[in-house]
Design a protein around this ligand. Structure first.
Ligand code: SUG
Length: 448
């Protein structure tokens, strides 16, 4: 049976803004308080989805969340009508209002970890929503994420959904941003590669000194158990704590994998040789031929990697077996990175083409092409069982761009977040969106 990898991209929500909420994420910190353009952000994301669809990839879309999250503000003690809750929060605790307005659910690489049916004990595709509990503004995403994923992948014969792990830092889980899968073919059993930043219970593992390590080994192990993965089909690796301290808050900022290939920076991991050997051995047992492409620090330093988001790229398989790299515009703007990419594609290796996308609105909050997508490998039967409303088509693209044009503002500043009208605009837009994407009722304002 034919299988493919579907990229479900997060649609940017109407409250996209620069709140400076993510300590350890250099872009989020340095663009704090700038004026954002939610309309442009959403259209940039949609343009990427359309381009990939036109290249022949199956492309899906994942809905944004209701923001401001009034229920979250109520749980923190703000009361009255929805408008009063927002106004009180603005007056008494602006950082909490900003957090409750973040459109961070757009970075769906953090929505969940996904294991394809070929890897799991019960032969279903497994999803575990990420608790994202390192940052308050992200920790409030998972209940709605679970409902949206449930509405997209509803058929229990094919899809199994797990609730987020316990909401404590010891089980900090950032989803697919720290998870890659290697395989010969998407439909065959593969090796799932879990990258963690620290161990919560075992003090032998080093930890970063400055910035938080968001993903723990124990969270990754729990996800592997929940998904019913075989020990032979799993490799764990630790991120180099020094790169976390240099702004690599997720592994997908320093490495990306696809098929049998890992593209990574020389400084990305600890015990790299041992890890590569394990990946080679385990994929080899499945008949695969693991290959790695290491970018030497002498050619691209960690700082350039973080600034350009070279590794936050999408590595995609083309019909002829070669690969294509989708990178953000910031890679072209960085001389050393661009030079490296020119050399890479002309060297006769596996990666033959680079395509550049303008995702500046998301990039300014630390979200590149890879952050914006959740990969789900599906066979034909499973693909047919996905809610067809979320699969990108030309008419859906047209409808969504019109929807964005109609509902989104083209400028948003912190002071605008206190405007109760923004909540109404957001709810009106999302109500319409659930009809466009045929999701049913998934938002708190629709179900309470
Ligand atoms: O969690 N930024 C996100 C970016 C997530 C990127 N995802 C991946 N690497 N997969 C984060 O740090 C910033 C929001 C703000 O500051 O307004 C933010 O949440």
């Amino acid at each position: 049976m034919k299988s493919c990898e579907v990229n479900f991209d997060g649609l940017v929500g109407p409250t996209h803004n620069y709140g400076g909420l993510s300590y350890g994420n250099v872009a989020s910190q340095s663009n704090s308080q700038q004026s954002s353009n939610p309309k442009e952000a959403a259209l940039q994301g949609l343009a990427k989805m359309k381009a990939l669809m036109e290249m022949g990839f199956v492309q899906g879309v994942l809905a944004p969340q209701e923001r401001p999250d009034v229920a979250a503000l109520r749980s923190l003690g703000f009361a009255g009508t929805d408008a009063q809750v927002i106004q009180q929060a603005a007056k008494q605790a602006m950082p909490l209002l900003v957090a409750s307005c973040s459109a961070s659910s757009m970075w769906v690489a953090n929505a969940a970890t996904v294991s394809p049916s070929a890897d799991t004990a019960d032969g279903r595709v497994h999803f575990t929503a990420a608790n994202l509990n390192c940052k308050y503004h992200r920790s409030i995403e998972h209940p709605t994420t679970s409902r949206v994923l449930g509405a997209m992948f509803a058929d229990q014969k094919h899809f199994a959904h797990h609730a987020a792990l316990p909401a404590v830092a010891q089980f900090g889980d950032e989803g697919a941003a720290n998870h890659t899968r290697f395989c010969r073919d998407y439909g065959e059993a593969g090796v799932e590669f879990f990258v963690f930043g620290r161990s919560a219970f075992d003090t032998r593992y080093p930890a970063p000194q400055k910035y938080p390590a968001r993903q723990t080994l124990e969270a990754s192990q729990a996800v592997a158990r929940l998904h019913g993965l075989r020990d032979d089909g799993v490799v764990y690796a630790q991120q180099n704590p020094a790169v976390i301290d240099a702004g690599v808050f997720h592994n997908d900022v320093i490495a990306v994998g696809n098929g049998e290939v890992l593209f990574y920076h020389e400084d990305a991991f600890l015990n790299t040789d041992q890890m590569l050997g394990e990946l080679q051995g385990k994929l080899g047992k499945l008949g695969g031929n693991f290959q790695s492409i290491c970018v030497p620090r002498a050619q691209v330093g960690v700082e350039d990697a973080v600034r350009s988001y070279l590794f936050n790229s999408q590595l995609l398989s083309r019909a002829d077996g070669s690969m294509l790299l989708i990178v953000p515009e910031e890679c072209r703007a960085n001389e050393r990175v661009w030079q490296y990419l020119q050399g890479l594609t002309s060297s006769g290796g596996l990666i033959r083409e680079v395509k550049v996308f303008d995702l500046k609105q998301s990039m300014q909050n630390g979200g590149g092409p890879a952050c914006l997508r959740l990969r789900v490998a599906l066979n034909e039967t499973e693909l047919a069982a996905v809610n067809p409303g979320v699969i990108m088509t030309v008419p859906l693209y047209d409808t969504l761009t019109q929807w964005v044009d109609k509902h989104y503002r083209d400028s948003l500043r912190e002071t605008d977040l206190a405007d109760p009208q923004l909540l109404l605009e957001c709810r009106t837009a999302l109500d319409e969106l659930t009809q466009i994407l045929k999701l049913g009722s998934v938002y708190p304002f629709q179900i309470n």
